[in-house]
Design a protein around this ligand. Sequence first.
Ligand code: 2HA
Ligand code: ZN
Length: 274
Amino acid sequence: MKKRLKQNKKLEEIILQVAEVAQYLWQKGWAERNAGNISVNIDHLIEGDLDDISQYPDFELPEPYPELNNKYFFVTGTGKRMRDLARSPLKNALIIKVTNGGCSYHIFSRHKRNVPDFRPTSELPTHLSIHQKIALRGSSEKVVIHTHANELVALTHSPDVKSKEIVNNIIWGMHPEAMVFIPKGVGFVPYIIPGSVDIAKETLKEFNDHDVILWEKHGVFAIGESVFDTFDSIDIVSKSAKIWFMCKQAGFEPEGLTDKQLDELKETYTSLNK
Ligand code: 2HA
Ligand code: ZN
C-alpha cells in the first residue's frame, strides 16, 4: 500500500494541503493540545481497493452512514496535535474506508494500523454525518474542518450574542469581505457535549443553510470544496469577530456597515459567488 499511496500524486497533494492548514491552525493559536480535526472525502482519488482489509478488524460507528458505504476519507487522528500533523501528516492522520453498509470502518495507514491510540478524531460522528449530507444532496464539498478559533469562541461567550441573527449582524457588519465570501452567514449550535451524536445532529440541521457553523463556547465547523477554501471561510469569519473585539477593547462600540452598504455588497457580489 505504501507504494500505491506514494504513486497517488493527487492524494499526496491533499495530504500536504491538510498539513499546511494544520500549521496555520496551530500558528493562529486555535489548536491547543489536540484541538480541532479535519476530514477530506478522498473517494474520487482512490481506484480499486487500497489494500486487503479482510485481516483487520472493523470498528463500529455510533450510527450508520449508508450513503458513505465503501467510501474513503482522510481524517485526523484522535488525540493528535495539529502542530505534529503539520510535520508528519501520515503519523497523525489516517485513511479510513466506511464498510458494512455504513455501520463500521476500516483503518488504512502506513503507521500503526490498529493500535488503540491510532483512531479517527473523536468528532467522527459530526464529520461523517456532514459528508453523508453532502452525498445525499449531491453537492461538491469534500472538506470538513473543526477548530477552536479564539475570537469565535469568545464571541459566543458574550451574553448579548446568543442568536444566529445577532452573530451574523456582527460577522457581516465588521468587514465587507464577510458579506462577499460568506453570503449565507454562519449557523449557530448552542452548547452540547463535544463528540456526541447529538451535537452532530444539531450541526447537520445548520448545514442546510450555511457552510460555517459556530459551536457555542467551543469552536467552529466549516465545509468547502478544497482544504484552503474551507480554512479561508473560518479565517474570514474569525477576522470579523476579531475586529468587533478590537473596537470594544479600544473603548468604543463598532459602528458596523450600514444596511445600505451591506445591500450594495450583496447586489454587487452575489452574482460573482454563484
Ligand atoms: O479533536 O476539538 O472537539 C478535539 C476536539 C474535540
Ligand atoms: Zn473541538
